[in-house]
Design a protein around this ligand. Structure first.
Ligand SMILES: *Cc1c(COP(=O)(O)O)cnc(C)c1O
Length: 507
């Protein structure tokens, strides 16, 4: 039985004791001090010195190392076990990408360095742009956006700039988004000033083409869609969808956050999409969770390149340079050049796999997911709404189990934590009742997949025999059941350590 570590771990600031140091820097000798005239370690001009030191914890090196190691043991991680969190692609990230990204020659580059001194990283970024453009079927990429949502926002800004250039921005205010979409899509569209028009799914779980044709028209700015959609179903009418939106004068945005299903197999550009983003932190080897860092590069078709953020990385045949000559650029969308470490990992990942390896990722991810799906359907009461065919993920409904036992999808997910698995995504997409969204990526072994299947079988049995055990789960984790609403409510969430009204209380 899996047991997560439990420590009553104080904050570092609570361990702090005046004068403790992390290491023993070699202090300058008296002789040096005499030669320089003052302590060379304290040569910050007086006028620039702060009033007093910032209130940082004063702790020894072992205290810091043990603190963070203990915290890591109270947590679940993709390096510990299967993490079938649908729509998030939590796959194992190869350590070779990590090692390359942490090479000091890359890590210590400063973004303000002269171009002549950073030709290597510029060459890497230029080639990564070409690789990702090839993978997505786009003409050119911006590597600046630092998350999927940031990529979507940039995509929506590019749509604005495009319609403005045609003198149609005032008229085209509507962004069409399917009801199965990821929540960031409507949020990004709204942030860029568009009104969101929701298009329903049909009985197959794909976009209702007739409904789409009704809403697409002179007010349409564009459509944002992910394919395979969040149910894991490939939109087989994607060419007709593209045609309907293009005929109405709109642009097509491809949310490529989860590219695992189609990597090297099909390209959004060939499906008729005009703008695409990828989540390098999901598909291309960067660990994610906890809010970053990520990268959501955006690719566009040829005639939209004029709107991309500046600078792009150019090459004049001899040297690489930052290219600010983008005539109708929407401007910068991030400080400097994006999350370079994430871009380096993706570059290493692509090179290490090569074209055949990338294809194998997609094939194995789809195979793994469908293996788990087939076994779960065969051996449990979980139901699969909509048609059968799935790509990299599937969404089960725990509705029947809920009706029979009172146990909810949330309880099931929590119980899985007790067995050393991460929970699937629950209650998303919202078109499925008691939804449990499962993704079994290509990095999982047959043994891991079988363990996941067993967990589904076991929760089903336990829902009958001991529903209370499920409703009060998790029991073997460092933190038990939390109040989900309270935990994410801005009024109760206190991130400051020294608020006297909060210390000592459980958040
Ligand atoms: C994860 C995800 C996003 C958002 O990506 P972030 O990097 O978290 O902003 C958008 N769309 C889909 C389908 C996703 O799975």
């Amino acid at each position: 039985m899996f047991h997560q570590a439990k420590w009553d771990e104080p904050l570092l600031i609570e361990r702090s004791a005046a004068g403790k140091k992390g290491h023993n820097p070699i202090r300058p000798s008296d002789i040096e001090r005499k030669v320089v005239g003052h302590d060379p370690w304290n040569n910050v001009p007086r006028a620039l010195l702060r009033n007093g030191l910032p209130p940082l914890p004063e702790v020894s090196e072992p205290e810091v190392v043990r603190h963070f190691t203990r915290l890591s043991q109270e947590n679940f991680a993709v390096d510990l076990g299967i993490y079938p969190l649908g729509s998030c692609t939590m796959k194992y990230n190869p350590k070779v990408s990590e090692a390359i990204a942490q090479n000091p020659k890359l890590e210590k580059i400063h973004p303000e360095q002269d171009e002549s001194t950073v030709q290597g990283i510029l060459a890497l970024l230029h080639r990564l742009d070409e690789f990702l453009a090839e993978i997505t079927g786009m003409s050119r990429m911006s590597l600046q956006p630092v998350a999927g949502a940031a990529g979507e926002y940039l995509g929506a800004l590019i749509m604005r700039a495009y319609h403005k250039s045609k003198g149609e921005l005032e008229q085209r205010r509507e962004m069409i988004i399917p009801d199965s979409a990821h929540g960031t899509n409507p949020a990004s569209a709204a942030m860029a000033g568009f009104n969101v028009v929701v298009v329903p799914s049909n009985s197959e779980g794909t976009v209702d083409l007739e409904a789409l044709r009704k809403v697409a028209g002179p007010k349409t700015a564009g459509l944002m869609i992910t394919n395979p959609n969040t149910l894991g179903i490939f939109e087989k009418n994607v060419l007709q969808i593209a045609e309907a939106v293009h005929d109405a004068g709109g642009l097509l945005y491809y949310d490529g956050a989860n590219f695992n299903a189609i990597l090297g197999k099909v390209r959004p550009g060939d499906m008729g999409f005009d703008i695409v983003h990828l989540n390098l932190h999901k598909t291309f080897a960067t660990p994610h969770g906890g809010g970053g860092p990520g990268a959501g590069p955006v690719g566009v078709r040829k005639d939209l390149e004029q709107f991309l953020p500046v600078p792009l990385v150019g090459f004049d045949g001899k040297k690489y340079f930052f290219d600010y000559e983008v005539p109708h650029s929407v401007g910068k969308v991030t400080a400097f050049h994006g999350n370079i470490g994430v871009l380096v990992r993706a570059y290493a990942y692509i090179l290490s796999l090569g074209p055949d390896g990338l294809k194998a990722v997609a094939e194995t991810a789809v195979l793994n997911t469908n293996y788990v799906l087939a076994k779960v359907l065969e051996r449990t009461r979980f139901e699969l709404p909509f048609s059968r065919r799935r790509k990299h993920e599937f969404v089960l409904s725990a509705k029947k189990i809920n009706e029979q036992t009172g146990v909810r999808a949330l309880d099931i997910g929590k119980r899985m934590l007790d067995w050393g698995l991460h929970s699937p995504t629950v209650y998303f997409p919202q078109i499925v009742e008691e939804a449990m969204m499962v993704e079994a990526p290509e990095t999982e072994s047959l043994r891991d997949l079988d363990e996941l299947v067993e967990a589904f079988i076991r929760v089903g049995k336990e829902a009958d025999s001991d529903p209370e055990r499920l409703r009060s789960a998790p029991h073997n984790t460092s933190v038990g059941r939390i109040d989900e609403v309270k935990a994410s409510h801005p009024k109760t969430l206190t991130l400051k350590w020294n608020n006297p009204s909060v210390r000592g209380k459980t958040l």
